[in-house]
Design a protein around this ligand. Structure first.
Ligand code: NAP
Length: 460
């Protein structure tokens, strides 16, 4: 058994870790102590004499060496900032995030002799680092444990119970399996879900799903199940399909699920069920990724990352986004983040105007395309889906040297992409958006960074 305790300094990793190891009769390993032993000097001295970058390198070596070790491992507070560390810690193990209020943390570490990591002063540093690391902690954690209250012994018993029973009991799991959201699952997927929840090799199995209506053709379960297997994660991915988002979110809560990939038609509606929403998701007005930790739900948008990454080489150019729905909002947000001059053109001009005003860019009708000399055109409408021979862009508007990004990905080789290629344009298929948004979503679910190529590999 491998149990990893992570979290900020002062959240109780060492004291809880030592007591938990003794309760479970497992060896206790403190990564900071391992580093001190290897270096024959204290962490403080290493920081003062060699600097943080040197310390992080040594820390990475220690974490790598612990990959297949059994025991209770307490990590340093900054370990999870490095996705490679998270990958090693996660392999065959469960990660518990210990957290406490800022006030408790300050009280617990105020007499520590550790050198500061910033020049923000004691209180400023605690606030800033907690904020900066928050997403890394949440992503790396399978379970979140509040150590503000309760004795070390009580916290250890709580963790032991989760390792033995999971965070939900078998009877809740049995009941949830009868929920309507699972009724449309094909028999093989239902069997796999039942096995994962009721007869898992480890009770700590974490569940993720695509949530939408409909979702039966989604490629996400195939992709994520392969990725979970590749990184030896005790995770299962399924589908939650229902016309009512309330039923989906009820199941999400009752099963204490880990994460959701949210799709049509719930990207806006899901916001009402969340405790916190990232700044990007709020500005775009849509959430496509939810993670749950310690009973709190956090929403993110990774669609815009899926458009930004393929367009990285086009900073500063003029971009036209066609459409004014959720995909267009993510595309325009991505183009603006790259410093592009963005024009949103839509069939219904009022919607283009509204979106452009919200994001701070220009708008117009589809006819305006002819008069804008665009370097990049993004199709964010469904026109061209399912092999239809139509495009929202008149072929006369396409010129050699332009970049055409068609977000439609069923099929990837759309009518627009074919015409653009013939005209000598650079083309980017909609699958690239899916690939890059999935890289980011997987990082949010697990704290592990996969390469775009490994996602592409499982999509074919
Ligand atoms: P949406 O919110 O329904 O918006 C659709 C937009 O397309 C609206 O602006 C609509 O204009 C416009 N439109 C629809 N039919 C049209 C037509 N015949 N001619 C001109 N404009 C038309 O949909 P969405 O969520 O933004 O998604 C749009 C498309 O993006 C999807 O169909 C999908 O193919 C693609 N997408 C791809 C990915 C990916 O990972 N590659 C992710 C998400 C979405 P009105 O305002 O006038 O109705």
């Amino acid at each position: 058994m491998k149990i990893v305790l992570t979290g900020y300094r002062g959240t109780g990793k060492s004291s809880v870790g030592r007591a938990l190891a003794s309760l479970l009769r497992l060896p206790f390993i403190d990564t900071d102590e391992e580093i001190e032993e290897r270096e024959h000097r204290s962490i403080g001295e290493i920081f003062r004499n060699e600097g943080e970058a040197y310390f992080r390198r040594r820390e990475r070596e220690v974490i790598r060496a612990l990959r297949d070790k059994e025991g209770v491992i307490a990590t340093g507070g900054g370990v999870v900032l490095d996705p490679e560390n998270v990958e090693h810690l996660r392999a065959h193990g469960d990660i518990f995030l210990l957290y406490a209020s800022e006030r408790t943390i300050r009280e617990r570490i105020m007499n520590s002799d550790r050198p500061p990591l910033t020049d923000l002063g004691f209180e400023g540093e605690v606030s800033a680092l907690l904020e900066r690391r928050k997403i890394h902690y949440l992503s790396a954690a399978d379970f979140c444990i509040n150590t503000d209250e309760g004795t070390v012994e009580e916290i250890c018993h709580g963790i032991r119970r989760i390792t033995m029973e999971g965070s939900t009991g078998i009877s809740e799991r049995e009941r949830a399996l009868r929920f309507r959201v699972f009724q449309g699952l094909p028999p093989a997927e239902m069997d796999a879900l039942e096995t994962a929840l009721l007869r898992p090799p480890r009770q700590t199995v974490r569940l993720c799903a695509i949530a939408g209506y409909p979702v039966r053709h989604s490629k996400s379960p195939h992709l994520y199940m392969h990725l979970f297997q590749r990184y030896s994660l005790n995770y299962h991915y399924t589908r939650l399909e229902d016309p009512e988002i309330s039923r989906i979110m009820q199941c999400f809560g009752e099963l204490d699920m880990r994460g959701l990939s949210v799709t049509i038609p719930f990207k806006k509606a899901v916001i009402g069920y969340l405790d916190e929403v990232s700044r990007e998701a709020e500005e775009i007005g849509a959430v496509n990724t939810v993670i749950q930790c310690g009973g709190r739900r956090y929403g993110f948008n990774t669609d815009w990352v899926g458009v930004r990454e393929p367009l990285r080489g086009h900073s500063g150019e003029r971009a036209v986004v066609i459409g004014a729905g959720g995909a267009a909002a993510a595309a325009a947000y991505a183009a603006l983040s790259l410093g592009m001059d963005v024009h949103i053109l839509n069939r219904t001009i009022g919607r283009a105007k509204e979106l452009a005003a919200r994001l701070g860019c220009s708008s117009g009708s589809l006819d305006d395309l002819e008069s804008i000399s665009a370097g990049v055109i993004v199709n964010a409408t469904p026109v061209g889906m399912n092999g239809e021979d139509r495009t929202p862009v008149k072929p006369d508007c396409l010129r050699k040297g332009m970049t055409i990004f068609d977000l439609v990905y069923t099929p990837p080789d759309t009518h627009l992409i074919r015409i653009a290629r013939k005209k000598g344009c650079e083309t980017i298929a909609g699958t690239e958006m899916f690939v890059h948004q999935a890289v980011e979503q997987f990082r949010l679910f697990t704290g592990i960074r996969v390469t775009p190529d490994s996602v592409r590999e499982y999509l074919t």
